[in-house]
Design a protein around this ligand. Structure first.
Ligand code: FAD
Length: 493
């Protein structure tokens, strides 16, 4: 019998899971080694009493990416979970009793724009047509490229589309040229928060995220975001992937330019290929010896990291008013907060924040009469992080939350758990405690991102620090791309 190609994958985040199942489906013998006790990486879940928290992602955008992935296995999303489109998609608080609910239908959205800025629905149509073009070209022509070299982008068709993709303009100019109303501008600039850079430093290309937001919609997998993790783990196991949890990789030993052993306290693993889904910087700088590193510390120090975050998971013994599933609190100055993340990194003086309340949509995540709350403040990575700082911000959140929504929750908290930079480092070896990897600035896009390819011939990187970038859908795509690269190598061999 022909010997199967063996693959070891370091890390069971979305990228690792996506690659694992595809490689196993193609006949490889795949083992995933994961440091933590469960799969999902930044999207792990946390159960406390009868509350179930998603620890990371809460926005299910780009449902086409998930559906396409499941289709590769002859499955569809509804085989794994019920997907519900949220309507309204989310609420933005600009002040007390000053809110916008972003509707899920385009007609309602045009009405909202007209109400806030007469005549602006025409501009919105134009803006969304451009965004659709960018999304479609991006998804069909760009994101699945391994981006080993700039040469992959030397194609006359791509050069023409490159102009229409507005790679050189930035999001701030693009939005401000078309819209005058401050609220509408904030609404359209918000998705770049996901990409972890200021609108001034994010290429206008990324208005494709507005298409994802306003046209493709905000969805929720009933049961929670970890249902996606469970689906992907199930697919991988069905294809024969073996998972080893609670096992940290401490070194990758290289011989003859090949990753020979993946070292863990539970033994050493030898395989034909190794895929690194753990944080790129950690593998590059800590698991490989110096000659096999793609970059040096100076390179990493110069990267613009996406923000980290200060998070609170809160179990509440009462139901709340004036809240939707997703709530953005934009009552303070975004530019000031952005400066305190990127230009002069420091704890923010007047932070914007986000509150997710999934128990509004899903009874299964909190006991009857209770609410499951997730607070998020984006902060600069690498800030000094300690309990008293976290507590200071929790008190600030409680006050602002009460002033803006009228919900006084101080006496109704059954428990709370905080999570920030130190936890990202301890749990995921996150460089500077980052939450979302690298910021998507022009200089860190496509072939300018840390490379998938390694100096070590049988090793490839995947995940949010390499192509195509941060976010759950890109991480899944990254896993797909790396699986394809291994298949290509096998064909050549
Ligand atoms: C708070 C938060 C909110 C977010 N919100 C959203 C959202 O709403 N929507 C969205 O699309 N995206 C969101 N994101 C981003 C998204 O979660 C990530 O981009 C994505 O999950 C990254 O997946 P990954 O596979 O690249 O990496 P990871 O999830 O980090 O997986 C890497 C895995 O490697 C493991 N590992 C690390 N070191 C080792 C080692 N030495 N040995 C073995 N294993 C190791 C880690 O434990 C981890 O499981 C959010 C992220 C955070 C943190």
């Amino acid at each position: 019998m022909e010997k199967k190609t063996t693959v070891t994958i370091i890390g069971a985040g979305f990228a690792g899971l996506a690659a694992a199942a595809l490689l196993a489906k193609d006949g490889c013998d795949v083992t995933v080694i994961e440091k933590n006790e469960m799969a999902g990486g930044r999207a792990r879940s946390w159960q406390k009493d009868c509350f179930l928290f998603d620890m990371g992602p809460s926005w299910y955008w780009m449902p086409d990416v998930f559906e396409n992935y499941y289709n590769l296995f002859g499955k569809t999303t509804s085989d794994f979970y019920t997907l519900k489109r949220l309507n309204p998609s989310y609420r933005i608080y600009f002040g007390k009793k000053d809110t916008i609910d972003v509707p899920a239908t385009l007609d309602d959205l045009y009405d909202l724009f007209e109400k806030l800025e007469p005549g602006s629905s025409k501009n919105l149509k134009h803006f969304l047509e451009q965004a659709k073009y960018k999304y479609e070209v991006g998804m069909n022509e760009y994101v699945f490229k391994p981006s080993h070299s700039v040469m992959e982008y030397f194609d006359p068709r791509l050069a023409i589309s490159g102009i229409k993709l507005q790679l050189l303009g930035n999001m701030r100019q693009h939005v401000h040229q078309l819209f005058k109303n401050e609220r509408l501008r904030k609404l359209l600039e918000f998705p770049v928060l996901f990409l972890g850079a200021t609108p001034q430093h994010t290429p206008a290309l990324y208005s494709l995220m507005n298409y994802a937001d306003l046209v493709l919609g905000t969805w929720y997998p009933m049961g929670g975001m970890h249902k996606i993790v469970a689906a992907m783990q199930h697919l991988a196991e069905s294809e024969g992937v073996k998972f080893i949890f609670d096992t940290e990789v401490t070194k990758i030993e290289v011989k003859n330019n090949l990753a020979e052993y993946v070292i863990t306290k539970n033994g050493n693993f030898k395989s034909d290929f190794v895929v690194g889904n753990a944080d790129y910087h950690y593998i590059d700088q800590h698991l490989f010896d110096k000659p096999y590193r793609n970059y040096n510390e100076k390179y990493w120090e110069k990267r613009t990291m996406a923000p980290s975050c200060l998070l609170f998971y809160v179990g509440l013994n009462k139901k709340l008013n004036n809240l939707l599933h997703h709530n953005l609190f934009f009552d303070e100055d975004f530019d000031q907060h952005a400066k305190e993340i990127y230009t002069h990194p420091q704890w923010p003086s007047k932070p914007l924040f986000y509150v997710c309340c999934p128990s509004i949509t899903d009874k299964s995540v909190a006991p009857e009469g209770c609410e499951n709350l997730f607070f998020l403040i984006p902060v600069a990575p690498d800030l000094p992080d300690n309990e008293s700082k976290r507590e200071e911000y929790f008190n600030l959140l409680l006050k602002r939350f009460k002033d803006l929504t009228g919900n006084d929750i101080g006496d109704h908290i059954l428990f709370k758990r905080s999570y920030a930079m130190n936890d990202f480092v301890t749990d995921y070896h996150a460089f500077k405690g980052n939450a979302y990897g690298l910021a998507n600035t022009l200089k860190q896009t496509a072939f300018l991102k840390p490379k998938m390819k390694s100096k070590v011939t049988n090793f490839l990187y995947t995940g949010q620090l390499t192509v195509p970038g941060p976010g759950v859908p890109p991480a899944i795509i990254s896993g797909q791309v790396v699986a394809k690269e291994i298949k290509k190598k096998l064909k050549k061999a």
